[in-house]
Write a protein that binds this ligand. Structure first.
Ligand code: SF4
Length: 205
C-alpha cells in the first residue's frame, strides 16, 4: 500500500475521519463544482508542458480561468525545463511506502530542481510543515540521482504569488510518526468542534 499526502493530512486533521475514508471506504457525496476550476487549470498545464496544441482548450476558459492560466503560463518557475508533468512518484519512509502525483517537476541548467504545485485555492499557512511538501520532496529526492538543490514551489494563482520551501526546511520524521499511529489503528475522533463543523462526515459521526 502507498500512503498519499492526502491520507496523511486526513489522519492529522482527524484520525476518525481517516477511518471513515480509508479504512471503511465511505465517502459522503460532495459538491463537485468547487474542484472544477482547479481541474481545468491542471489539465491545461499538463498538456501545455507536454507540448500539445492547447489553443482550442484555452478558448473554452471563463474570464476568471483565463486570468489564472495567464498567471501560470508566465510564471518564471513554470517556464523552466520540464522534468515531468503529472508525475507519479513514491519512496520508502521507514518500512512504509509514501507517494503521490506531483503537478510538475522542473529544473534549471545548474541542476536545481523545483516541485511545482498549482493552487487555485488556499496555500498552506506553514508549507514547510505541510505533509504534501514533505512527501513529494522525499519521493523526488529518492528518485533523482544528481541534484544541486531541491525546492517546493506553491504557485498561488489567486494572488499571483509563490511560496518556496527548500528541502533543508522539512522534517520527514513527521510522516513516519503518523504512519505508525495508523498502523496501530489509533482512530480517535477530533475534539475541536470547529473542525467538525466543516467536516463532510459530521452527519455520520
Ligand atoms: S465530524 Fe469531527 S470527529 Fe467526526 S470525522 Fe469529522 S472531524 Fe472527525
Amino acid at each position: 500500500m502507498i500512503f498519499s499526502s492526502n491520507m496523511l493530512k486526513t489522519y492529522k486533521l482527524c484520525p476518525q475521519k481517516y477511518k471513515f475514508k480509508y479504512e471503511d471506504n465511505f465517502t459522503p457525496p460532495q459538491n463537485a463544482e468547487i474542484f472544477e476550476k482547479g481541474k481545468k487549470i491542471h489539465a491545461l498545464a499538463h498538456y501545455y508542458l507536454l507540448g500539445t496544441d492547447i489553443s482550442k482548450f484555452e478558448q473554452s476558459l471563463s474570464a476568471k480561468e483565463k486570468i489564472l492560466w495567464e498567471r501560470l503560463k508566465t510564471n518564471k518557475y513554470f517556464n523552466l525545463k520540464t522534468f515531468g508533468t503529472e508525475y507519479e512518484l513514491n519512496c520508502k519512509a521507514g518500512k512504509y511506502w509514501i507517494g503521490g502525483r506531483l503537478d510538475a517537476v522542473v529544473y534549471d541548467d545548474d541542476e536545481n530542481y523545483y516541485i511545482l504545485d498549482y493552487k487555485t485555492g488556499a496555500v498552506p499557512a506553514e508549507p514547510e510543515k505541510d505533509l504534501q511538501t514533505i512527501v513529494y520532496m522525499c519521493a523526488l529526492a529518492a528518485h533523482l540521482k544528481n541534484f544541486k538543490s531541491m525546492k517546493f514551489v506553491y504557485l498561488d494563482l489567486r494572488n499571483n504569488t509563490e511560496k518556496v520551501i527548500d528541502s533543508k526546511q522539512i522534517n520527514p520524521a513527521i510522516v513516519e510518526n503518523i504512519l505508525k499511529q495508523i498502523e496501530m489503528k489509533k482512530f480517535a475522533p477530533q475534539t475541536d468542534k470547529k473542525v467538525c463543523e466543516n467536516c463532510e462526515y459530521k452527519m455520520f459521526c
